[in-house]
Ligand binder design. Structure first.
Ligand SMILES: [Fe+2]
Ligand SMILES: [Fe+2]
Length: 151
């Protein structure tokens, strides 16, 4: 969960939005909701940026991180044969939803649409904010998968 005041301040308008809150209804990994997962990715992205003194645009970094999995469905409900496409398509769906509900610039949109690289081979991260979220998502996903269990 988010502990840094700076992160909370930047994300407060988004966090309080009912559509972002809807991510609490969907499970990401183990017993972690998509909402919690996105908060974890935002928190870790912030830590990576600070630790490595990368001086990212924090609005782009944190809003992109919070909305990176804003696809608004539970992929566990999909049939086994449909699960593979989720990996390839959800970044695009998340970006579409993000644009539908929020006024985002191109840099933030790219953070969302590049986060599944290298699975989505052609969406190679370029900006540092894109790389950070792509990496933070993988670290958080691994941790959530290994260390959380279904209730
Ligand atoms: Fe994702
Ligand atoms: Fe993710």
């Amino acid at each position: 969960m988010i502990t840094d005041t700076e992160v909370k301040e930047i994300l407060s308008d988004y966090i309080s939005d009912s559509k972002v809150q809807e991510m609490k209804l969907y499970i990401q990994h183990g017993c972690v909701s998509t909402y919690e997962h996105c908060n974890n990715v935002a928190q870790l992205s912030y830590k990576i940026d600070k630790k490595l003194s990368l001086h990212s645009d924090l609005n782009v970094l944190l809003v992109g991180a919070l909305l990176h999995d804003f696809y608004l469905y539970d992929w566990h409900n999909h049939k086994k044969e449909e699960r593979l496409p989720h990996g390839f398509t959800h970044a695009r769906d998340a970006c579409k939803n993000a644009v539908k509900y929020f006024d985002l610039d191109d840099r933030t949109k790219r953070v969302i649409s590049c986060h599944m690289w290298p699975l989505t081979l052609r969406s190679l991260p370029k900006a540092k904010e894109e790389w950070i979220v792509c990496l933070a998502d993988k670290c958080v996903s691994l941790q959530e998968t290994l260390f959380t269990r279904h209730h």
